[in-house]
Design a protein around this ligand. Structure first.
Ligand code: NAD
Ligand code: TYD
Length: 340
């Protein structure tokens, strides 16, 4: 392994992976390939922009010619695919881009990887492919039951990965991460959205009763889990990456508010998300057997995260303009009005 193409590496988790890999493996070349959609942001990669083992290429994973050129130019032997449309609420408003990237894009990337003779292909997936888990914990052999267009598009991409392993013998591994949080997360997902809104004393729209359960995973632990699977995962296998810390949304929001010193009266129950999964929970024994364990508790990680958004207004204030405000209006204006 030497030249690694990190697709979607200008987003939240992909950029954390690029920062981690350039520091940890000075002998590897990390080439970030990213379309720079609304969620892609070169500010996320600023801290490594002068590193000798880092390069950036702008491109779409669904653009065959661009993918081919990147694989050839950088003599790529390994692909780690983070590129995706990643927000459930946006997939409910319009799923076109989800099918383009999470399904068609993954297919093109796999096909070009096969033709180029890629030695290792890691695909980053999500616990959402398992669907709503009323009780117990998902294991890697459970069947898929995706409920949102986002989750269905991720399941579709994963099935393409499986087919390229079985049919074409590509050396693939898959990771399924749980709800991830930390620095540089686009402020549309629950925690960065609520933290940045609360800093400005705005109302926080909590869907339904707020008793939905998610498994929370700090981004640094997610990235070290991907590193473990990249180096030690068995070809053809999938690995859950879980924080193993289940919390109700309302409790996550209240913890965040108390760290910021803001009142719980900012929380506003609004009409629920359509098709909203009640609970995600995964078993993580298979990854632990490869030697991985998480390094951060939820309480440590949420404190670090709240501090980061407090100290890095330069990063998020410029995002919360233009297209972001249009999205905010489409997603929340009627909900907040209905809750009045
Ligand atoms: P993100 O939305 O922050 O970043 C996605 C990145 O992909 C952006 O930089 C975007 O510009 C890029 N991109 C989108 N379409 C592209 C295309 N066609 N070609 C090239 N680049 C493209 O997402 P994230 O939260 O960092 O998630 C990364 C991956 O991890 C995704 O595959 C997601 O499904 C998965 N995941 C996320 C979470 C989570 O809680 N955020 C949990 C589990 C799994
Ligand atoms: P999100 O960060 O969108 O992640 P996912 O849907 O992939 O789990 O949402 C996390 C949880 O928070 C989910 O149950 C939906 C809820 N939520 C709200 O209650 N209000 C919001 O404004 C957002 C964005 C999410």
């Amino acid at each position: 392994m030497k030249n690694i193409l990190v697709t979607g590496g200008a987003g939240f988790i992909g950029s954390a992976f690029a920062r981690y890999m350039t520091a940890r493996y000075p002998d590897y070349n990390i080439i970030v390939f990213d379309k720079l959609t609304y969620a892609g942001n070169l500010d996320n990669l600023l801290s490594i922009s002068d590193e000798e083992n880092y390069r950036f290429e702008r491109g779409d994973i669904a653009d065959r010619a661009a993918v081919k050129l990147a694989l050839q130019t950088h003599d790529i032997d390994t692909v780690v695919n983070f590129a995706a449309e990643s927000h459930v609420d946006r997939s409910i408003l319009n799923a076109d881009a989800f099918i383009h990237t999470d399904v068609v894009g993954v297919y093109i990337l796999l096909d070009e990887a096969k033709q180029h003779g890629i030695e290792r292909f890691l695909h980053v997936s999500t616990d959402e492919v398992y669907g709503d888990v009323h009780e117990g914990f998902s294991v890697e052999t459970d069947s898929f039951a995706p409920n949102s267009p986002y989750a269905a598009s991720k399941a579709g991409g994963e099935l393409m990965v499986r087919s390229y392993r079985v049919t074409h013998g590509l050396n693939t591994v898959v990771t399924r991460g749980s709800n991830t949080f930390g620095a540089y997360q686009y402020p549309e997902k629950l925690l960065p959205f609520f933290i940045t809104e609360a800093i400005d004393d705005k109302l926080l729209p909590l869907y339904g009763d707020g008793k939905q359960i998610r498994d929370w995973l700090y981004v640094e632990d997610h990235v070290s889990g991907i590193d473990t699977v990249l180096h030690k995962g068995i070809p053809g296998e999938a690995y859950n990456i879980a924080g193993e810390d289940l919390r109700h949304n309302i409790d996550v929001a209240k913890t965040m508010l108390s760290l910021l010193g803001k009142p719980e009266t900012l929380l506003k129950h609004v009409p629920d998300r359509e098709g909203h999964d009640r609970r995600y929970a995964m078993n993580c024994d298979k990854l632990r057997a490869l030697g991985w364990q998480r390094s951060y508790s939820f309480d440590q990680a949420i404190e670090l995260t709240v501090d980061w958004y407090r100290q890095n207004e330069w990063w998020w204030r410029k995002i919360k303009t233009g297209e972001y405000l249009d999205y905010y209006k489409r997603q929340y204006a009627a909900r907040l009005a209905a809750a009045e």
